[in-house]
Design a protein around this ligand. Structure first.
Ligand code: 48N
Length: 315
C-alpha cells in the first residue's frame, strides 16, 4: 500500500490520489475500505476515516438538490414558529402527496415558542388545542381548562422533530422570504403564486451591499405565520399593504386572552387569493387582540390553516 499522500491532495483510503479528474470509482473505493471504528473510551477511540471534500460534497449535494427540487412546491409555509410548525405537521401528515416547503428566517426555527411568557419556561395551552400535544407525544400537567407543558422547548423540539422527519417536508432555515410572487390567473385576477427568498443575512444587509438579488420558490399556495414581532414580523401582511393588494394593516390590539385566541383561530383564512395568514401575523392584519403567554391559538390556527389549504386543493 503506497504511503498516505501528505500534501493535502484528496486520496482514497488506500492512499491513491483523487483529483477532480479521478473516475468516481476511485472515490467509491474509499467506501469499500471501511475501517471498523472502535468505541474504546480508554484513550483509543477510533473514527472511520473521512476526507474534508467528502463532507463538503455530502452537504452541498443534498442542499442544492433540495433547492432545485423545491423551486416548485405545492405549499410554502413562511415562518416556523408554533403556528407554522403546527400547520406543517397537520398539512404534511394529512396530505403526504403535497410538497410542503418551510422557509424560516432564523437559524433556529421555533419562533417565540422556546420559552413561555417573559422568558419563563412553562408553556400554557388551553383545551381543546392540547389534543395536538397528545398526538405528537408531548407530556403535560392537566389543570382542567388548560394544560401546562413543563418547558416550551419540549413542545417545539418535539413538533420540529416530527415535521422534519416527514418525507414531504423540506425546511430552509436561515432563509428569509423578502417578497411575494404575484401572477394573474386565467380570469385575469391577481393571486399570490410563490415567494421571493434570500439568505437572511443577505436580506438584512441590502443597505450595506447593493444588488444581492434573490431567488424564488413557485407554489400555488403560500401560508404565512411570521409572527407579530422580530426583525421581519408580520412580513407578508405588511407586503400585501405595501404593494397595494390590501388597503391597510389593522394593527394588533391590547391584550385580552379570552377574546384574542378564538378570534385568531376563527379568522385564520385565505386573506388574498393564494395566501393564507394565521398565528400572530393575522392579529397585525386584522387588528385582533393579543393573548400574551398562551399558545393555544397558535396550535389551533396552524391546524385551521392546514385544513383551509386542504379545502383549497380539494375544490
Ligand atoms: O413564534 P412566531 O413569532 O409566530 P407565531 O404566530 O407562530 O407564534 C406567535 C407566538 O409566539 C406569540 O407571539 C405569543 C402567542 N404571544 C402573543 C402576544 O400577545 O405577544 O414565529 C414567527 C417565525 C419566526 O421564527 C421568524 O423568524 C419567522 O417566522 N419569520 C420569517 N421567516 C421567513 N421569512 C420571513 N420574512 C420571516 N419573518 C418572520
Amino acid at each position: 500500500m503506497s504511503p498516505p499522500v501528505l500534501d493535502g491532495t484528496p486520496q482514497t483510503h488506500d492512499g491513491s490520489r483523487i483529483t477532480s479528474k479521478s473516475p468516481i470509482s476511485n472515490v467509491i473505493v474509499s467506501k469499500q475500505h471501511l475501517v471498523e471504528p472502535k468505541e474504546d473510551f480508554s484513550g483509543n477511540y477510533v473514527f472511520a476515516p473521512i476526507r474534508e471534500w467528502e463532507v463538503s460534497r455530502a452537504m452541498s449535494q443534498r442542499y442544492f438538490k433540495d433547492l432545485y427540487d423545491r423551486a416548485i412546491s405545492d405549499v410554502v409555509i413562511v415562518g416556523a414558529g408554533s403556528a407554522g410548525l403546527s400547520c406543517a405537521y397537520r398539512l404534511a401528515t394529512e396530505a403526504p402527496h403535497l410538497k410542503v416547503t418551510i422557509i424560516e428566517a432564523n437559524v433556529a426555527p421555533g419562533g417565540g415558542c422556546w420559552l413561555g411568557g417573559q422568558l419563563l419556561s412553562a408553556m400554557i395551552v388551553r383545551k381543546p388545542a392540547h389534543k395536538l400535544l397528545m398526538e405528537i407525544g408531548v407530556p403535560f400537567e392537566d389543570e382542567g381548562n388548560y394544560v401546562v407543558v413543563k418547558h416550551a422547548a419540549l413542545f417545539t423540539s418535539t413538533i420540529l422533530s416530527k415535521v422534519l422527519a416527514l418525507d414531504n417536508v423540506k425546511m430552509f432555515n436561515a432563509t428569509a422570504v423578502e417578497d411575494l410572487i404575484v401572477k394573474e390567473d386565467h380570469q385575469g385576477k391577481q393571486r399570490i403564486a410563490g415567494v421571493v427568498t434570500n439568505w437572511t443575512l443577505v436580506s438584512l444587509n441590502h443597505d450595506t451591499q447593493s444588488c444581492m438579488d434573490p431567488n424564488t420558490i413557485t407554489a400555488p399556495l403560500v401560508i404565512s405565520f411570521t409572527g407579530h414581532d422580530g426583525p421581519m414580523g408580520a412580513f407578508c401582511a405588511k407586503r400585501l399593504v405595501k404593494s397595494g393588494l390590501v388597503p391597510q394593516l389593522g394593527d394588533m390590539r391590547c391584550l385580552d386572552m379570552s377574546r384574542a385566541e378564538p378570534a385568531i383561530v376563527n379568522r385564520t383564512r385565505e386573506v388574498y387569493p393564494g395566501l393564507i395568514i394565521g398565528g400572530m401575523e393575522l392579529s397585525e392584519l386584522d387588528g385582533a387582540n393579543r393573548m400574551g403567554p398562551c399558545f393555544s391559538a397558535m396550535l389551533a390556527s396552524g391546524e385551521k390553516a392546514a385544513y383551509t389549504a386542504l379545502d383549497i386543493f380539494n375544490n
